[in-house]
Design a protein around this ligand. Structure first.
Ligand code: NAP
Length: 252
């Protein structure tokens, strides 16, 4: 496939980007011409992922960043700006799902962790980065189809993803017109994160049947949507959520 080069000269930070959806997004933004800064908690994962991306001819830098660590977030922004002098694109992709307990049986520490990683860290990263965002910049928050309809085994996780829809609207108003803020709600995509759903044949089949397109999503489906929202092709789109879920039930 010939890749469009819509992001030539842009600088992109992608959190939680050493595997899965985040990695695919970083790679796609890079293939479209952006310099990409990848990150995750483990140095070895960062090094390995940066190497894979560099081998594709992409300008890439890797920084360790556990998104709930204030110093790590600051480093991520500072090191990016030191090297590239600006930030054009931020994809906030990190999330955890530490429990399958119901909401009423979730420990307070688990509720705190879900809020901290899935919602608060995006806000705090943007607080650090806002002053360096260029005049035509784009922020993309990764939510989930489960934000529309939190399922019993993912209930509180789903609620944090619902919060991302509201955060998208609120930040779009706060950060416009210079910065567009949009959200992607992926359907179910086979990654380590979704193993517990996609590795069991019966569950996998039941998810496929909930889609109109009769298949699970792929990381490149989500990456393609991210590249679109980051690019000038989406220059009149802000405050929106793009559902990339093969037609799974979401909103009207
Ligand atoms: P994944 O394949 O399991 O990848 C997780 C990535 O996040 C790894 O690179 C991991 O690297 C990093 N990471 C984990 N915790 C982190 C933290 N606290 N700070 C920074 N990096 C962290 O996950 P995924 O499926 O791609 O999920 C990515 C996003 O898509 C999440 O927001 C998830 O909610 C959303 N999503 C996924 C699906 C799906 O079906 N897969 C569906 C809807 C939405 P280290 O271990 O080195 O930190």
């Amino acid at each position: 496939m010939t890749m469009m080069r819509r992001l030539e000269g842009k600088v992109a930070i992608v959190t939680a980007s050493t595997q899965g959806i985040g990695f695919a997004i970083a790679e796609r933004l890079g293939l479209e011409g952006a310099s990409v800064v990848i990150s995750s908690r483990k140095q070895s994962n960062v090094d390995e992922a940066a190497k894979k991306i560099r081998e594709k001819g992409i300008e890439v830098m890797g920084v360790v960043c556990h998104v709930s660590n204030p110093q790590h977030r600051k480093n991520l922004v500072d090191i990016t700006v030191e090297k590239y002098r600006k930030i054009d694109i931020i994809v906030s992709n990190a999330a955890v799902n530490p429990t399958t307990d119901s909401i009423l049986h979730s420990k307070e520490s688990v509720l705190d962790k879900l809020w901290e990683v899935n919602v608060k860290s995006s806000i705090l990263l943007l607080q650090d980065a806002a002053q360096y965002l260029s005049n035509a910049s784009s922020v993309i928050l990764i939510s989930s189809i489960s934000g529309y309809n939190p399922q019993p085994t993912l209930a509180m996780y789903g609620v944090t993803k619902t919060a991302i829809f509201g955060l998208t609207k609120a930040l779009a108003m706060e950060m416009g017109p210079e910065t567009r803020v949009n959200c992607i709600a992926p359907g179910i995509v086979p990654t380590n994160f979704a193993d517990f759903l996609t590795k069991t044949k019966e569950i996998r089949k039941s998810i496929e049947e909930k889609t109109i397109l009769n298949r699970l999503g792929s990381v490149s489906d989500i990456a393609a949507a991210s590249a679109f929202l980051a690019s000038d092709d989406a220059s009149y789109i802000t405050g929106e959520t793009l559902v990339v879920a093969g037609g799974m039930p979401s909103k009207l």
